[in-house]
Design a protein. Structure first.
Length: 95
């Protein structure tokens, strides 16, 4: 399983994180905590699966600020997202 270091940010569905409240992902799915991440499709194509801290996430979204080796992990609440903050993490590709 290849591994690479990503700059990991966080977001939730609130206006502070996304500029709007709620909504669907680029893949037209409802984002789910512990499942949905946003990534640059040139680095991780849509529907790619990655393992981060023993959790398998699926790339279901993109974003204006998600470029290169940056991912955004979706959280249920703004408080959880703020607590997670911004980190450098190892990301493992899942076949």
């Amino acid at each position: 399983m290849p591994v690479f270091l990503q700059s990991c940010r966080r977001h939730c569905g609130c206006e502070k994180c996304c500029g709007l409240k709620g909504g669907l992902t680029k893949a037209e799915k409802i984002p789910k905590a512990g499942h949905t991440i946003a990534a640059d499709p040139e680095v991780l194509p849509m529907e790619s699966k990655v393992e981060i801290n023993d959790i398998v996430y699926v790339v279901e979204d993109t974003g204006k600020l998600v470029k290169g080796n940056v991912i955004d992990i979706y959280f249920n609440t703004h408080e959880e997202a703020v607590r997670f903050g911004r980190q450098k993490i190892n990301v493992y590709l899942v076949p």
